[in-house]
Design a protein around this ligand. Structure first.
Ligand code: SF4
Ligand code: SF4
Length: 227
């Protein structure tokens, strides 16, 4: 079985062993060894809580850089709604979308469009007889990994549909090929602008047997500060 690739890492030189992250980790994945935090990869769900609370910025998330993938003919940005939430007094989301084109993306696709599809499917699914309730959304990879690791008896409660960002990536690729029929899969690079490390890990590891159609994960911070 392929080893799970985590996104959260430790910069040992900055870690003082203060134990803050250890106290906040929801899965008790952190121990202090030889004066530094150590993450147990089997327990970590990449929720990012330790990144948030570390007072010494010793925890980092491994994201890719846009510059490293500039050579693709068609660069598609998959945009979650949380990107718009970063801008105070944003009157028109088109301003943000245009900014992405200006940064060098060829196509921009909003996750919100796919979330509408998932909502419609969810409403239908909830009416299905015999399903296990409560139904748990499949949108957050930290939750689905937590269930896999700690609460496997809840697996059948997870909504059986891919997360909206994955559906968005699939639709965006189809749309790009319809617009430019000469494009092949090798010409296209799909970037997800991620607000969290769990999504980054999901894309590296896939969703069960499903391999993600997203090629690269960019940090929302990097994109925000490019504006
Ligand atoms: S909170 Fe930061 S400095 Fe403190 S133990 Fe954890 S990683 Fe190290
Ligand atoms: S990312 Fe979350 S689960 Fe993993 S070590 Fe940090 S706090 Fe714990």
């Amino acid at each position: 079985m392929k080893e799970y690739e985590h996104s959260v890492t430790l910069d040992k030189s900055k870690c003082t062993g203060c134990t803050t992250c250890l106290r906040y980790c929801p899965t008790e994945a952190i121990r202090i060894r030889d004066g530094h935090a150590q993450i147990n990869p089997v327990r970590c769900i990449d929720c990012g809580e330790c990144v948030r609370v570390c007072p010494h910025k010793a925890k980092k998330v491994r994201y890719s850089k846009f510059e490293n993938y500039r050579d693709y003919k068609c660069k598609i940005a998959i945009v979650p709604p949380s990107l718009f939430g970063q801008f105070e007094r944003l009157e028109n989301v088109d301003t943000v979308l245009q900014g992405l084109y200006d940064l060098g993306f060829d196509e921009v696709y909003e996750v919100a469009k796919s979330a509408e599809l998932v909502s419609a499917y969810t409403r239908l699914y909830l009416k299905t007889e015999g399903i296990k309730k409560p139904v748990i959304s499949s949108a957050c990879p930290a939750i689905t990994r937590l269930i896999t690791l700690r609460f496997p008896y809840l697996k059948d409660n997870i909504l059986p549909i891919l997360p909206p960002m994955e559906i968005a990536a699939h639709d965006a690729k189809i749309r790009a090929k319809e617009k430019n029929p000469e494009l092949t899969d090798e010409d296209i690079c799909v970037y997800f602008i991620s607000p969290c490390p769990a999504k980054c890990s999901y894309i590296k590891n896939g969703f069960g047997d499903y391999e993600s159609e997203i090629d690269v994960v960019l940090s929302m911070n990097d994109i925000y500060f490019s504006y």
